[in-house]
Design a protein around this ligand. Structure first.
Ligand code: COA
Length: 403
């Protein structure tokens, strides 16, 4: 693995230049995925503490691998100049703030386009850049977006809404940042004109959480929070087995017949209540309560590995709920090299997920561990045309930081 500055040539995003100013997950993770698919990614960090992600022990090593760290006070007069020069070299710029922080400080989209007409700009915020002013400028983390969007209200038990963990709102946002910025880039490359994208985390979660909302919006239907089970179908949810938990997604005629046979209710199949060919066993169906009761009783007597295999053989989607301890040992994880090991800047071994998805012709790679704070500042400024003296002066003034 290389500690070198120059991004090696690999991946589908080879040659793409991404610059970002954001902390934690939502914005940075989008850049991270692009870095894993070959893009050249510059991570702008503040000059005081750097990205708060640095406070974590291990996850930062995963979420900032392949990146370059530039520690720069963007909002100082000279820092702004450096920033604008950097922007001239970028294809995509991602920032995440409490509302339109860049525009408020004079760094408007229009100014950035004056420096780079085809730049794709992505603004990540909790609530978007327009709307109710008081809301627009609020801080937001994953949970905030889950709470405001109706996503959080759907998860948990009837008594208690629960967060969809870990950091679902952040990671979903980053996926939407990747998708929307590459969509805009596709257009920008044809027209030479850039784009500005207003990614409100709550809207990401609204869109991702709209499945049951459609029943409410159009049919006035509200389901109780389902907890570990499904809102309206039998045989879907997490069930307790003899020695573990099974995730079961029962659907389809063949599958229903096989399951009913196993739980001693085979006689229901082919009746008026459950005619052959029934694909969905609705929770408001005639024998739903009995089916659920017999299924629970049956599964409690079954070792989870055995029932997983048996159900899978009947084409029922069933999987043991795997624990962290089991993952690295599983033959399928091993066969697909789901986990890899790389070396951190301190020379320590770090284990984590491989690069996904697997591209056949232009695979991603890990070529560099997470850089230390400001590690690439000097090289980046040199590339932008700053002399050693100028770099030294900016450092003395606290506009940049190096390590
Ligand atoms: N140079 C100069 N100033 C910088 C800077 C840089 N390179 N990077 C950040 N700053 C400034 C910010 O503008 C901000 O100034 P302000 O407080 O006067 O507005 C300050 O430093 C701190 O910024 P930030 O890093 O955003 O930290 P925060 O603790 O104030 O807020 C969030 C953190 C995540 C709550 C906020 O950024 C936010 O709501 N982001 C949008 C949604 C989001 O991404 N949430 C996190 C999901 S993981």
């Amino acid at each position: 693995m290389s500690m070198e500055m120059k991004t090696p040539a690999f991946g589908n995003l080879q040659g793409l230049k991404v610059v970002y100013s954001a902390v934690e997950i939502a914005g940075p993770e989008a850049a991270q995925m692009m870095a894993e698919w070959g893009a050249d990614v510059t991570w702008i960090e503040n000059t005081f503490n750097g990205d708060s992600m640095r406070d974590t022990t291990y996850v930062k090593e995963l979420e900032r691998r392949n990146q370059k760290s530039l520690s720069l006070n963007i909002f100082s007069e000279e820092g702004r100049e450096v920033f604008l020069k950097l922007i001239e070299t970028a294809d995509i710029f991602i920032e995440s703030s409490k509302g339109p922080a860049f525009a408020k400080r004079g760094l408007t989209d229009e100014l950035l386009w004056e420096h780079n007409k085809s730049l794709v700009i992505v603004h990540v915020s909790g609530f978007g850049h327009t709307g109710v002013p008081d809301r627009v400028n609020r801080a937001a983390y994953d949970q905030t977006a889950q709470a405001f969007s109706g996503y959080l209200a759907q998860n948990g038990t009837e008594e208690q809404p629960m967060i969809a963990s870990p950091y679902t709102g952040d990671y979903f946002t980053s996926l939407m940042v990747v998708g929307s910025s590459l969509a805009a880039l596709y257009k920008a490359q044809k027209t030479g004109v850039g784009e500005s994208i207003d990614v409100a985390m709550y809207e990401v979660m609204l869109r991702m959480g709209a499945y049951y909302m459609m029943d409410y919006l159009n049919g006035g239907i509200l389901y109780p929070r389902a907890g570990a089970r499904h809102q309206n179908l039998c045989g879907i949810g997490v069930y307790k087995c003899k020695d573990g938990f099974l995730s079961l997604c029962l659907y389809g005629a063949k599958q229903n017949k096989a399951l009913l046979d196993r739980i001693g209710l085979g006689y229901l199949w082919g009746t008026e209540e459950y005619p052959e060919g029934t694909t969905a066993l609705w929770l408001d169906g005639p024998k739903a309560e009995l089916i659920e009761q017999k299924l629970e009783e049956y599964l409690l007597t079954q070792p989870v590995d055995e029932v997983e295999e048996d159900f899978s053989n009947c084409k029922i989607a069933a999987n043991k709920v795997m624990t962290f301890e089991e993952l690295p040992e599983h033959p399928h994880f091993k066969a697909r090299e789901a986990f890899i090991e790389w070396e951190t800047m301190e020379g320590k071994k770090c284990k984590g997920p491989n690069i996904f998805p697997k591209f056949k012709n232009n695979p991603g790679q890990v070529w560099r561990p997470m850089p230390t704070l400001g590690m690439d500042t000097k090289t980046i400024l040199t590339d932008l045309g700053y002399s050693s003296e100028e770099i030294h002066e900016l450092k003395e003034k606290g506009i940049i930081k190096m390590s």
